[in-house]
Design a protein. Sequence first.
Length: 171
Amino acid sequence: MLDTALHITGIVLLTIGCLFALATLVVGLPGTFIIVGLGLLYGWSTDFAAVDGATILWLVALAAAAELLELGSTLLASGAEKPTRRVQIMAIVGGIAGGIIGTPLLFGLGSLLGALAGAFAGAAAATSYEGRGTEAALRSGFAAFRGRLLGFIVKASLGVAMVALLIGTAI
């Protein structure tokens, strides 16, 4: 009876932690690696009975893929616009700066909106600085915006898959 109660309590706490980790994705924190940490903690606390080394390795692989795909999507989505290295870097820097500036707004949702706006502004400003005109700057900015949004969607989707893997294995 006590073992069942402890198991249920562990699953509930793991679920709450995973939901918190998914929420951190919105504010730009690496929630996928928080999920990996939760998996390690749960596995350790249960002597790796259900959540074993293979599950942890899958979580690490998915977390790494999510982070790389998020970063790469800003660069890949603007491929049709043939951005220079400066435009690519400024889209990433703008996205990071926008995320930081937007964090206190809208209960953390401002971080996502700020990152999207920052990617747009960084790419557009760099394109304009290169003297390519307003139309090219807007196209470049919107391409960076789309890339950043795609990156967030992919990362959040992989985060949900990680949570499903972890909780499904733990149950």
